[in-house]
Design a protein around this ligand. Structure first.
Ligand SMILES: [Zn+2]
Length: 349
């Protein structure tokens, strides 16, 4: 699956501008199922029969930026889209995604050599509004000539790197790994005669408030929704001891409580039972943040977010163990086959 994850990482999909990544996923999914795109931009692939309606959701959007102003000097000002940590932004390479193609830029910063009070200034975290993008241009006209305008989406350049023990590090693993997991399931279950109605969704605008899933919750009524997304691993230095213990490499996580939702107990119990029967080690996580599951649940579905442990969430060096990803696929495949055989009681909350 590494190859597929890397391919999905290589295409941008800033929240609200998911077109490029959607095209790549759609081109792959349509070999295995009927695909469609709704008005908001969520990509759907449906397979199987008329049995229980099982929706699997992974969000394809990623955090990014948008150009807000082009200065006469050619420097660009911008605002964030999604939950960034401003400490991660300075000194990075960015890609400006214009209709004419990608324009490279850097998020510049004042060097100590040009500071009036270096000790004070270097201790400060620079906020987005203090920063600028430098595309190497010397006037507004030159930047505009490249296709950059107010509203141009921007992404940090990704640098996928393999660490020891099959750990992949890159920005955007949240949630391109989830997108790849859904594609893998679609492939593995293809050709099986299933009575369950399998409904795969690659959702939009998750990072700016679960917007794509909100629309889904109003337009579809699945019996169960399983959300494939991250769960922050707490096995790194500096984490306070009251956070739940989630280990990268320790197996997929049932993210049963987060800031916006509590997973449906009956579904959680079912997943725990199947994992145990199949010898799949899982972790139970209580996390901050939220997933598309909050919306699916509000729409009436039994809901459970299944997370792959991720270190350094939303930073340029997110880390994921590929072993966890493989185990996650194995667990999801088992769950779906069991649900298909009537092993899950949809009425039992
Ligand atoms: Zn996510």
């Amino acid at each position: 699956m590494l190859e597929e994850i890397l391919e999905l990482l290589s295409v941008p999909g800033v929240s609200g501008f998911e077109g490029p990544v959607r095209e790549v996923i759609k081109a792959k999914a349509q070999w295995y199922a009927k695909t469609s795109v709704d008005r908001m931009g969520n990509l759907h692939a449906e397979a199987g029969g008329k049995g229980p309606h099982i929706m699997l959701i992974a969000h394809m959007d990623e955090n990014g930026f948008v150009v807000t102003r082009i200065e006469d000097s050619g420097f660009l000002r911008f605002r964030t889209i999604g939950g960034w940590d401003d400490r991660c932004l300075v000194g990075r390479v960015v890609n400006l995604l214009t209709p004419k193609g990608t324009v490279k830029g850097v998020i510049g910063l004042l060097p100590p050599h040009l500071m009036t009070k270096p000790n004070e200034e270097m201790a400060k975290v620079l906020r987005t509004e203090d920063l600028h993008i430098d595309a190497g241009c010397s006037s507004a006209a030159e930047v505009q000539g490249l296709g950059v305008e107010v509203g141009t989406p921007v992404v940090l350049e990704k640098q996928p790197t393999m660490l020891r023990n099959n750990v992949l590090s890159a920005r955007g693993l949240d949630d391109r790994v989830g997108c790849a997991v859904l594609l893998e399931l679609l492939k593995r279950l293809h050709g099986r005669k299933l009575s369950a109605h399998l409904h795969y969704v690659w959702s939009v605008q998750e990072e700016i408030g679960l917007r794509g899933a909100q629309m889904l919750s109003m337009s579809h009524r699945p019996d169960a929704a399983i959300i494939v997304d991250t769960c922050s691993a707490s096995d790194i230095p500096g984490v306070a001891s009251h956070f739940s213990q989630i280990r990268m490499g320790g197996g997929p996580v049932i993210r049963f409580i987060d800031n916006r939702a509590i997973a449906t107990p009956g579904l959680v119990a079912f997943v725990r039972r199947i994992a145990e029967e199949r010898g799949i080690v899982i972790q139970m996580g209580i996390s901050g943040g939220s997933t598309d599951g909050a919306m699916a649940q509000a729409g009436g579905a039994a809901m459970m977010p299944l997370g792959f442990p991720i270190r350094y969430t939303h930073s340029p060096v997110e880390c994921v163990s590929l072993k966890d990803v493989e185990e996650m696929v194995r667990l999801l495949e088992s769950l779906i086959l069991e649900m298909d055989q009537g092993g899950w009681d949809a009425e039992k909350a």
